[in-house]
Design a protein. Structure first.
Ligand code: AHG
Ligand code: MN
Ligand code: MN
Ligand code: MN
Length: 328
């Protein structure tokens, strides 16, 4: 009798996408192909991450991205993998990425635009702490076949047709939504398949965990200081991994709030609207939570530039509403 616990293996990602095909508001297999392209690139990046210390892909490469951040080898490597997979898949007409200054044109025949943070939590790569990838999918606005324009890319978060993240953690997961709830898939490397492990994810309405980098406390706006004091008075737990995807995922499962507010260093906060906040805001709302700048719903923000930053409050409904109450 095999002593190991026989885990109930869920359906595979491919079978799930096919089954849910009819749920996608539009055309046949395009969105499915996009999700497959992203899942495939996730497998490749996952393999490289698992060997990071051995194949000399840790550390910086001596260049800076448009954010003024020192690019890590894995930032650039992941960016290449995702952009290449999307280009080969043929469904994406353009990509905007944290690691590319401008819009990356792929294929004028493509109907979808992808916004991606190819490697989130770069400061944690070298210290073997969970990191992730975040992506948003929009339909293009201009006619298929015509040149890509900024209006195709700078769309409100509420226009997303899908969004998700990969979390390269103790296990690797793909979590995504197409506007019909949130589902989590766990990757089984020995089979090269993602299996449905977290169907219909929903965030607990109350939470007792707050995630914020209190090293910047002195430069927080007053309402944020008051909310942090409230968390301490309420006996909440402080958890801060320093990888947004990992902090977000823990709060999604257990309840909690993640805040990256305005600081002295980042007047609008550090996180980027187009490829970090929009995707996680779509997911959290689909899971019954909230995402705002403290005063405005993230998904309502009209973007005006590719890499714009916004203050970010995301998580359990009660906690975000409480934090927002200090702004009134
Ligand atoms: P990225 O690695 O994609 O640039 O994102 C890093 C972000 C986010 O993952 C994390 O929560 C946050 O930066 C941490 O910032 P601080 O170190 O300033 O707290
Ligand atoms: Mn990031
Ligand atoms: Mn990044
Ligand atoms: Mn970065």
């Amino acid at each position: 009798e095999d002593s190991r616990i026989a885990l109930p293996i869920g359906t595979t990602l491919d079978r799930y996408i096919k089954k849910k095909q009819d749920e996608f508001q539009f055309a046949t297999g395009e969105l499915s192909q996009l999700l497959r392209d992203i899942a495939l690139a996730g497998k490749v990046v996952n393999r490289e991450i698992n060997k990071a210390g051995l194949i000399n892909i840790v550390g910086a490469i001596g260049t800076q991205n448009v954010q003024g951040e020192d690019q890590q080898k894995l930032d650039v490597l992941a960016n290449i993998r995702f952009t290449r997979a999307l280009s080969k898949g043929g469904e994406a007409c353009a990509v905007i990425s944290e690691e590319d200054d401008e819009i990356v044109d792929l294929n004028n025949e493509g109907r979808y635009v992808i916004a991606i943070d190819p490697l989130d939590g770069s400061s944690n790569i070298d210290v073997n702490v969970s990191i992730g990838t975040i992506f948003s999918i929009f339909r293009r606005v201009t006619p298929v076949g015509s040149p890509i324009q900024e209006i195709d890319v700078l769309q409100k978060g509420s226009e997303q047709v899908a969004a998700g993240y990969l979390l390269y953690g103790s296990s690797t997961m793909l979590v995504y939504t197409t506007g019909h709830g949130v589902n989590g898939f766990t990757y089984e490397p020995s089979l090269g398949e993602y299996f449905l492990s977290h169907p219909n994810m929903s965030i607990p309405e109350q939470g007792k965990i707050y995630s914020i980098n209190e090293g910047s406390y002195n430069s927080f706006p007053e309402p944020v200081k008051k909310y942090v004091e409230h968390c301490k008075e309420s006996g909440h737990s402080a958890r801060y991994i320093g990888s947004l995807v990992a902090d977000f995922h823990r709060n999604l499962l257990k309840g909690g709030i993640y805040i990256y507010p305005q600081t002295a260093k980042d007047a609008n906060g550090k996180l980027r609207l187009m490829y970090e906040c929009n995707a996680l805001a779509f997911i959290i709302e689909q899971a019954g939570g909230l995402a705002s700048t403290g005063t405005q719903r993230i998904l309502d923000i009209e973007p005006n530039e590719l890499h714009q930053r916004v203050p970010f409050f995301v998580g359990s409904k009660d906690m975000v509403e409480k934090a927002e109450s200090f702004f009134n």
